[in-house]
Ligand binder design. Structure first.
Ligand SMILES: Nc1ncnc2c1ncn2[C@@H]1O[C@H](COP(=O)(O)OP(=O)(O)O)[C@@H](O)[C@H]1O
Ligand SMILES: Cc1cn([C@H]2C[C@H](O)[C@@H](COP(=O)(O)O)O2)c(=O)[nH]c1=O
Length: 260
C-alpha cells in the first residue's frame, strides 16, 4: 500500500523557515487556518519534486497535475541535454559514459540549478527530479560503476556542496514513484527515446537500488525533505486514482509534517 517513509530521523531539521514558529503559532492560534495563512504569507514557497527511475512515469504524473491544478510545473530539461548548441550530451553519454559522463553531469547540474533558482510564478512548484537526485543517483552510479574517475567525481562534489551551501535548492516534499526495474524497462522500450535504446536492464536495476538506498533505507545521503512513496507499477487508470487519493498530501506538504 501507500506509505510515508519515516522522516523521524531528520525531524529536528526545520525545513521551512516558518516551521521554527510552529510551536509558538500552535500555542497562540486556535485554528490550523492561522498557521496556513502564516505559511502563505511568508516569503518561502513550496517545492515538490517527483522522483523515480528512468521511465517510471514522472512526466506523465507532472502532466496530470499540470492539467488538473494551477500550480507551476517544471519538467526535466531533457531537450537541453539533447541539444547544447548542437551537441547531444545525452546521446554522447550513452555512447561512451566514461568519456562523456562528467560533461553531461556538469551540464545537468547547471540546468538543475537553473530550475531550482528560477523565480517562482506560483506559491507551489512541482519539479521533475532535482539537483539532489542528479548528484546522489546518476553521478553516484557513474562513479560506483567505475565509469567516472575519482577526480571528476570530486570536482562535481565540490560544485554540488558549494551550490547547496550558498544557494536555495531546498525541497519541501519528495514524491517517490516506486517502480520495479522491469516496469521501467517495458515503459522505456515503449517510449523509444533514440539515445536510450542502448539502456540495459542492469542499468535500471542499479538506478533503482540507489533510489531505494537514498529514499527508502535512507542510508546513502541525507534526504533533503520528507518522502511520500507512491507505488507506481500500475496502469494509468490506477495511477490516476492514486494521485487523487494523495492529492492533498502532495499539494500541502506541511500537513505531512503535522502528521509525523
Ligand atoms: N502507469 C503507466 N502505465 C503504462 N505506461 C505508462 C504509465 N505511466 C507512463 N507510461 C508510459 O511510459 C513511458 C514513460 O513514462 P514517462 O512519464 O515519460 O516517464 P519518466 O518521465 O519517469 O521517464 C511513456 O511512454 C508513458 O506514456
Ligand atoms: C537527472 C539525470 C538524468 N539522466 C538521464 C537518464 C534518462 O536517460 C534521462 C532522463 O529521462 P527520464 O525519463 O526523465 O528519467 O536523462 C542522466 O544521465 N543523468 C542525470 O543526472
Amino acid at each position: 500500500g501507500l506509505g510515508f517513509c519515516s522522516w523521524k530521523r531528520q525531524r529536528k531539521q526545520l525545513l521551512h523557515p516558518l516551521m521554527a514558529n510552529r510551536s509558538l503559532c500552535m500555542a497562540g492560534c486556535s485554528q490550523d487556518a492561522s498557521y496556513k495563512r502564516l505559511i502563505n504569507e511568508g516569503e518561502k514557497k513550496t517545492v515538490i519534486c517527483i522522483e523515480g527511475n528512468i521511465a517510471s512515469g514522472k512526466t506523465t504524473c507532472l502532466d496530470y497535475f499540470a492539467k488538473t491544478t494551477s500550480i507551476e510545473v517544471l519538467t526535466e530539461p531533457v531537450p537541453k541535454w539533447r541539444n547544447v548548441r548542437g551537441h547531444n550530451l545525452l546521446g554522447l553519454m550513452y555512447q561512451d559514459s566514461s568519456r562523456w559522463g562528467i560533461t553531461l553531469q556538469t551540464y545537468i547540474q547547471l540546468t538543475m540549478l537553473d530550475q531550482h533558482t528560477r523565480p517562482m510564478i506560483s506559491p507551489l512548484r512541482m519539479m521533475e527530479r532535482s539537483i539532489h537526485s542528479a548528484k546522489h543517483i546518476f553521478v553516484e552510479n557513474l562513479y560506483r560503476s567505475g565509469r567516472m574517475p575519482e577526480v571528476d567525481y570530486v570536482v562535481l562534489t565540490e560544485w554540488f556542496e558549494w551550490i547547496t551551501k550558498n544557494t536555495d535548492v531546498s525541497v519541501d516534499l519528495i514524491v517517490y514513484l516506486q517502480t520495479s526495474p522491469e516496469t521501467c524497462y517495458e515503459r522505456l522500450k515503449n517510449r523509444c527515446r533514440e539515445e536510450e535504446k542502448i539502456i540495459a536492464m542492469e542499468y535500471l536495476e542499479a538506478i533503482h537500488q540507489l533510489y531505494e538506498e537514498w529514499l527508502i533505507k535512507q542510508t546513502l545521503f541525507k534526504v533533503p525533505s520528507p518522502v511520500l512513496v507512491i507505488p507506481a507499477d500500475n496502469d494509468m487508470q490506477k495511477m490516476i486514482e492514486k494521485y487523487e487519493e494523495n492529492r492533498d498530501r502532495i499539494l500541502t506538504p506541511y500537513n505531512i509534517q503535522h502528521c509525523l
